[in-house]
Write a protein that binds this ligand. Structure first.
Ligand SMILES: [Fe+2]
Ligand SMILES: [Fe+2]
Length: 437
């Protein structure tokens, strides 16, 4: 929730993240302990006296809604979007956070083993809701994956190693609840307080014609009155030991601060640079494209193959496209010859650029041309068209709760077996929410 501090990268969490996703047996406990040590010097906004946590959560919710009202008022008065200058920036952001969203809820997985203990029910319920109670339409990981596929952004853009940090933290916490319960509670407390950036993202994605269902869903499900934020506080109270409360508080605080490792959302979004991203896309393509063009194809005296053969010439290539008027900067992209080469089923370069890369070209050509209009998408609109009823049989050996729990791990619950196991777990334990079972 409190996201102001940034930590320098001290290691590369990506191999660990991938290992945990693959279940390759890496235990990550030492790594997690090291991450917790990193939080020792970070500031946080938790009250000194944990008896004040209710008031703290109320104040946070009130502040977020006041700032949101201010944002909406600014927009009404004509202020531009605060986060996403163009659609490329939004697509870029969705891909940057994909490793975290791919394991949404994972930090709570280990609480399932305490299903017999009513003090854990709030955390278990939160986890089950992250999994959509096993319904593929409501599983948060799947909702995000569908969004990326729909946008043509599911091809695994190369990301900075630090984009894997929060996902690795979440998977590691989920594996070590026995050892780090207080820290899991603290992390959960921070992660489940709806932040301002969630509200702004929801608003601006919809405006750019992108279904913000995933984000809208978290505005409602994590709410502080009765949602995950409320449950996070309640669970903390129930699980607080009567003795050694001070040590417990300190550990909760460190877990809370784990949320602040890495770049915060607003800074991440602001670090986007359209031309740099387009150049990076060209560098990725260059290697494949340098022998693919006919030598009749010339730009400023050099063949396209010559342009593409040189790693340093991509900025010059963009300038050459402008000079030779293959693109008309700051105008409707439809008027640019180059756009016609890459867009449409009959385009000469059909399929060369992904949907995301085409968006980069489009926004780069359009620059500050104000004519681009997107039809607003109501959050959930794309999802309504889905028919994902699952009539598959229940998990074999439904009595074996331990096996169901295994199948519900943060890296696997969104697969058909995991979804089925989630539904079976809910039936077997009676831990249904919302009265739908
Ligand atoms: Fe979620
Ligand atoms: Fe949540």
């Amino acid at each position: 929730m409190q996201k102001n501090a940034t930590c320098p990268a001290r290691d590369d969490p990506q191999p660990l993240y991938s290992a945990m996703l693959r279940d390759s047996g890496h235990d990550a406990r030492e790594w997690l302990a090291a991450q917790l040590r990193r939080t020792a010097s970070l500031p946080d906004d938790l009250p000194d006296d944990f008896a004040q946590l209710e008031a703290w959560a109320r104040a946070h919710a009130a502040q977020v809604s006041a700032e949101h009202a201010g944002y909406l008022e600014q927009r009404r008065q004509g202020a531009p979007r605060r986060f996403f200058a163009n659609r490329s920036q939004a697509l870029w952001f969705l891909q940057q956070v994909a490793p975290t969203k791919a394991v949404d809820g994972a930090w709570l997985h280990g609480t399932l083993r305490h299903w017999r203990d009513p003090r854990f029910h709030g955390l278990v319920r939160t986890f089950l809701e992250e999994l959509g109670d096993g319904d593929p339409r409501c599983n948060h990981v799947l909702i995000f994956q569908r969004l990326l596929s729909r946008l043509g952004c599911d091809q695994g853009l190369p990301l900075h190693p630090q984009r894997y940090l929060q996902g690795a933290v979440q998977l590691a916490l989920g594996r070590h609840v026995e050892h780090f319960l207080a820290e899991v509670i603290g992390y959960n407390l921070g992660y489940e307080q709806p932040p301002l950036h969630l509200l702004i993202t929801t608003h601006e994605l919809a405006e750019l014609g992108i279904d913000a269902h995933y984000f809208q869903l978290h505005v409602t499900i994590d709410n502080a009155a009765s949602g995950h934020a409320r449950r996070a506080l309640h669970s903390l109270r129930l699980l607080m030991p009567e003795t050694s409360a001070a040590t417990f508080h300190a550990r909760v605080r460190r877990g809370y601060r784990l949320n602040d490792l890495g770049l915060d959302t607003a800074k991440l979004i602001a670090s986007f640079n359209l031309e740099d991203e387009l150049l990076a896309a060209l560098q990725r393509k260059r290697v494949y494209g340098q022998f693919m063009h006919s030598d009749r194809c010339r730009l400023q005296g050099r063949t396209i193959n010559q342009w593409l053969a040189d790693a340093d010439s991509m900025p010059g290539f963009l300038r050459a496209l402008e000079k030779q008027q293959w693109v008309h900067h700051g105008q409707d992209p439809l008027r640019s010859r180059f756009w016609a080469l890459i867009d449409g089923p009959h385009a000469a370069m059909f399929g060369v650029f992904s949907a995301y890369e085409k968006q980069l070209w489009r926004d780069w050509i359009a620059a500050d041309w104000a004519g681009e209009k997107y039809r607003r998408v109501t959050p959930g609109q794309w999802e309504q068209a889905l028919a994902l009823e699952d009539h598959a049989p229940r998990t074999q050996g439904a009595a074996c709760i331990e096996r169901m729990i295994e199948a519900m791990a943060g890296n696997r619950h969104a697969e058909p077996d995991g979804l089925r196991a989630t539904r079976d777990f809910i039936r077997a334990t009676g831990l249904a929410g919302g009265g739908q079972y």
